[in-house]
Design a protein around this ligand. Structure first.
Ligand code: HEC
Length: 166
């Protein structure tokens, strides 16, 4: 009758093991939360992956499409994300994250801002390449040189239109 007897058997075993360990004093001593949910704290990698990487891509896609209002918005968003990250994680490997971000990104972000205000696609491309190099400079500085960011060669967002409004 059941197609997955082996799987069900394994689950039943896991379940009984879990019930058993919940009742054992040994397990209780290692579980400091008493089974209550513990808020998930984002790691630096989590924040880079969820906040920074997509916003870096969106900024590039908006600028390439010469959608200046969207590019301006994306720049504000990525700046806000970095401001939040610096507050959430002031140090990484003992290094001051705020100073690292400032050294790597402030000047290129200002250049991106200026290019957007001038609506100059060539200046934007140059400034955005500089910004991208800044990402990699920080990764190298914090011993993650294998995380290499590049100018996006395609959109990763099939549900967002980056072209300018008519
Ligand atoms: C403070 C310096 C710093 C700057 C500036 C920085 N990063 Fe990072 N980034 C890190 C660190 C540190 C990690 C590794 C974090 C970890 O392992 O928990 C990381 C990891 C990443 C990762 C890997 C996350 C994953 O799970 O795959 C991506 C993607 C990334 N950064 C994107 C970017 C982009 C895009 C920029 C530029 C807009 C940027 N980063 C600028 C410090 C920085």
């Amino acid at each position: 009758m059941n197609k997955y007897p082996a799987l069900l058997g394994a689950l039943a075993l896991l379940f009984s093991a879990a019930m058993g360990s919940a009742a054992s004093p040994q397990a209780a001593s290692t579980d400091t939360s008493n089974g209550a949910p513990v808020p998930y704290t984002l790691t630096m990698g989590d924040m880079m992956n969820t906040l920074i990487q997509p916003r870096h891509a969106k900024l590039g896609l908006a600028g390439e499409a010469q959608n200046w209002p969207l590019a301006q918005y994306a720049l504000v968003e990525i700046r806000q994300s970095f401001a939040g990250i610096i507050k959430a994680q002031p140090k990484f490997m003992g290094l001051p994250v705020g100073q690292l971000v400032d050294a790597a990104l402030t000047q290129p972000m200002n250049a991106v801002d200026a290019a957007i205000k001038e609506q100059n696609v060539h200046k934007f491309a140059a400034a955005y390449a500089q910004l991208t190099a800044g990402c990699n400079a920080c990764h190298a500085a914090v011993e993650h040189p294998f995380i290499v960011i590049k100018v996006p060669d395609a959109s990763a967002f099939p549900n967002q239109d980056f072209s300018p409004r008519q």
